[in-house]
Design a protein around this ligand. Structure first.
Ligand code: FDA
Length: 309
């Protein structure tokens, strides 16, 4: 129930606008968001890189309504790609389609992301198209396919284990050599398209994770991201790759900034590839609320820390 409440609140425009402008809101968001500026994000990236952990930088923003906002978002991504190359950072970028105009002009969104992928291609980098709620699933996959055909190996997307369709989507993308980040899924979806019970989502995650690992192992070169903080699943992955001799170079674990830092460091120390997703920027509210939805205990944690300071 709390999960649904926080997801509903994440879409509330009035609360979003109020929270994003308040100093208290910004302070609280620091738990999951690396700061408000590009410099804040690059600083966090450097700190994480020093621990032997790679990064995906996400300039927060979603559901934009005007071309000027979409273009402004894109501009930040071009700055990030330049800074990554100039400073030699171990990082790539993640972007949401609703942040670049998908809701009102899908052709514009594709042009904008296409320009980013072209830039990533020139800079020897990579663009991950995040996956949003189910109205975006097919369009996101289809756009990724078109861009990957133009820039092979420079763009990938995300699949969500809670959706019934994901097994088919995984085969579809693997067949084209497109990189997948596998996550459980962070949005509210109905029982006609998604597993309602967490236990089924987890089981589907493990099944898909093994499929991705097996596929990568067979010399196909499709590198996959195992994006979860679920330690039971992480352990199953470690065991599976050991038993099936999947090289560590065939995949990486991915986690969110501020979540399970201990596990991130431990896996990196064991020689696994680890990438941390670092979000930043003044439009932190929907992202932050989805993080609370995943673990409502975070509300208590935040409240305690807030009153301590
Ligand atoms: P689960 O929710 O079962 O949590 C397992 C354990 O992890 C918890 O018991 C707790 O210990 C810890 N944990 C999880 N979330 C936490 C939190 N917020 N705070 C503190 N501890 C927490 N989703 C999506 O729909 N589209 C996308 O593009 C992405 N992209 C993405 C990138 C990366 C790198 C990650 C790690 C995740 C995403 N997600 C996502 C989010 C994903 O779908 C999912 O909502 C969260 O990762 C939480 O699920 P877990 O797999 O961690 O397991």
């Amino acid at each position: 129930m709390l999960r649904s409440l926080f997801i509903a609140l994440s879409q509330n425009r009035k609360l979003r606008s109020f929270s994003e402008r308040s100093a208290v809101g910004r302070q609280l968001s620091g738990r999951f968001v690396a700061g408000m500026s590009v410099e804040d994000a690059l600083g966090a990236c450097e700190r994480v890189n020093r621990e032997g952990i790679a990064v995906s930088l996400d300039s927060l923003g979603e559901s934009v309504r005007e071309e000027s906002e979409a273009r402004a978002s894109a501009e930040i991504y071009h700055r990030l790609l330049d800074a990554i190359a100039e400073r030699g950072l171990k990082a790539n970028v993640s972007v949401k389609l609703s942040q670049v105009g998908m809701d009102f002009d899908p052709a514009l969104a594709e042009r904008i992301v296409g320009e980013m992928v072209e830039h990533a291609d020139q800079a020897n980098s990579f663009v991950r198209i995040d996956m949003e709620g189910s109205p975006y699933t097919e369009a996101t996959i289809a756009m990724t396919e078109r861009l990957a055909a133009r820039f092979p190996g420079r763009v990938g997307t995300v699949l969500q284990a809670y959706l019934f369709r994901t097994e088919g989507d995984a085969e579809r993308l693997l067949g084209q050599g497109i990189r997948i980040r596998l996550c459980k899924g962070a949005y509210k979806e109905g029982p006609e398209i998604a597993f309602p019970a967490k236990v089924d989502v987890d089981a589907n995650y493990v099944k898909l994770m093994k499929r991705l690992a097996t596929f990568s192992k067979n010399g196909t070169g499709v590198f996959c991201g195992i994006a979860t903080h679920d330690e039971v699943i992480v352990d199953q992955m470690r065991e599976f790759v050991r038993e099936h001799r999947v090289p560590k170079s065939a995949f990486e674990f991915q986690m969110l900034y501020g979540v399970r830092r201990d596990l991130q460091r431990r896996l990196a120390a064991e020689g696994y590839g680890v990438r941390v997703y670092i979000p930043f920027g003044p439009e932190w509210y929907p992202y932050f609320m989805r993080r609370l939805a995943e673990r409502p205990a975070n509300v208590l944690f935040l409240a305690k820390n807030f009153f301590k300071n």
